[in-house]
Design a protein around this ligand. Structure first.
Ligand SMILES: NC(=O)c1ccc[n+]([C@@H]2O[C@H](COP(=O)([O-])OP(=O)(O)OC[C@H]3O[C@@H](n4cnc5c(N)ncnc54)[C@H](O)[C@@H]3O)[C@@H](O)[C@H]2O)c1
Length: 367
């Protein structure tokens, strides 16, 4: 649990802008910020893939002002900033489809990279440099991440294997032989993104860091693992694997597991992510290096699928051996830096949180 936000450091006249503030994470964070800031603006274009009915995500607080505009539109930024600059910006607006980003790279790059630079130029042009910018970055910046050799020459050494080649998948060789994966840690590990989406998140980090150093704005980078929970758009087929599993199990189907089902992920519930973001907004000092935000441990896809199948009384999940080129084998956050630097530790383990997601999906789509 993050320490409670120190409201004395957040005078009530202060303005927070949350780009992507009408989305899954944005609705949760902007609502919480409305407790601490005098004015909270959600800068969001209500992207039709996320908001097919053109309304903000579940839980969007009426105290939050929706400023409906595209982050790549300089004139929209000028209109918003004409009323005064923000004290804090939480930057969430993004195209988030990892697989989709390979074939729609212009769209992803435009929103994620040019959208970020458009925001920064506007903040400067309007003499509106905020005290702090918080970026929701992603585990995607690590790609396949770091592995440690367990045997042979160089045992104990870290290496970055890069994307798994097709021949590994075809041979059913899911893990790198003679090695074990390492928890993600932004203070110690390199970035090796393996998707266009990951490249754009990595570029966002660099742009913000460089700009913050130049203009004296604190920049905090949180690299989020797999966020799930109530409010996650059930209609977007490109994100939210747990929502998909819920829908399959609810329909009485066996959840198909890719590879051998032993893919590791770190499923962190939205409430915990919101607390982590609040902790960094209110922290006396921002962490000097990116901080990884997860549930505190990994869960295999098979374990997560079984939790969901049990909720619905669905058949046992089935290992299919199918694979997708570009899928990362294992990903989970080292929880220690977030605890040490932000006092953040996740409260809700997946076995408690995933049934909550299922209950919310049931409420959205009654029989
Ligand atoms: N959900 C996760 O598991 C996860 C994991 C790692 C990082 N992140 C990051 O967190 C952030 C928020 O993700 P989310 O899960 O809430 O996604 P989301 O799709 O629910 O929210 C993104 C919001 O941004 C808005 N948006 C998209 N393009 C825009 C544009 N051009 N102009 C203005 N608004 C635009 C959308 O309408 C949406 O409301 C993203 O930056 C994402 O990269 C999310």
């Amino acid at each position: 649990m993050a320490p409670p936000i120190d409201k004395r450091s957040l005078p009530s006249r202060r303005l927070a802008i949350v780009t992507g503030g009408a989305g899954f994470i944005g609705a949760a964070i902007s609502s919480r910020l409305a407790d601490a800031f005098g004015r909270v603006v959600a800068f969001d274009n209500l992207h039709p893939q996320i908001h097919p009915d053109h309304t903000p995500s579940d839980g969007f607080d009426p105290r939050v002002e929706l400023f409906e505009a595209d982050v790549t539109d300089p004139a929209a930024w000028d209109r918003l900033l004409a009323g005064g600059g923000p004290d804090v910006v939480v930057h969430l607006a993004a195209e988030t489809g990892t697989g989709q980003s390979l074939t729609e790279s212009t769209r992803h790059t435009t929103v994620n990279v040019v959208g970020t630079s458009t925001m920064l130029d506007a903040l400067h042009r309007n003499d509106a440099i905020p005290g702090r910018i918080v970026l929701a970055s992603s585990r995607a910046v690590y790609g396949e991440g770091a592995w440690r050799r367990t045997s042979g020459e160089g045992a104990g050494e870290l290496f970055y294997p890069g994307m798994r080649p097709a021949r590994m998948f075809e041979a059913g060789q899911w893990d790198f032989p003679g090695a074990e994966p390492v928890a993600m840690n932004g203070a110690t590990l390199e970035r090796h993104p393996a998707s266009v989406y990951g490249v754009t998140k990595s570029a966002q980090e660099d742009l913000l860091r460089l700009w913050g150093d130049a203009f004296g704005a604190d920049v905090a980078i949180l690299r989020l693992q797999n966020v799930y929970g109530p409010g996650q758009t059930p209609s977007n087929p490109y994100t939210g694997i747990m929502s998909l599993f819920c829908r399959l199990a609810r329909a009485g189907q066996a959840i198909p597991l890719y590879e051998d089902g032993q893919v590791r992920r770190d499923f962190v519930i939205i409430d915990d992510v919101a607390e982590a973001i609040l902790a960094v907004v209110g922290a006396a000092n921002v962490p000097p290096t990116p901080v990884d935000i997860g549930s505190g441990r990994y869960t295999t896809i098979a374990e997560a699928a079984r939790i969901i199948a049990d909720v619905y009384g669905a058949p046992e999940p089935v290992v299919t051996g199918r694979w997708r080129h570009g899928d990362v084998r294992h990903a989970w956050a080292d929880p220690e830096p977030a605890l040490r630097q932000l006092g953040f530790t996740a409260e809700v383990p997946p076995e408690v949180g995933l049934p909550r997601l299922a209950a919310w999906i049931d409420g959205q789509t009654p029989d």
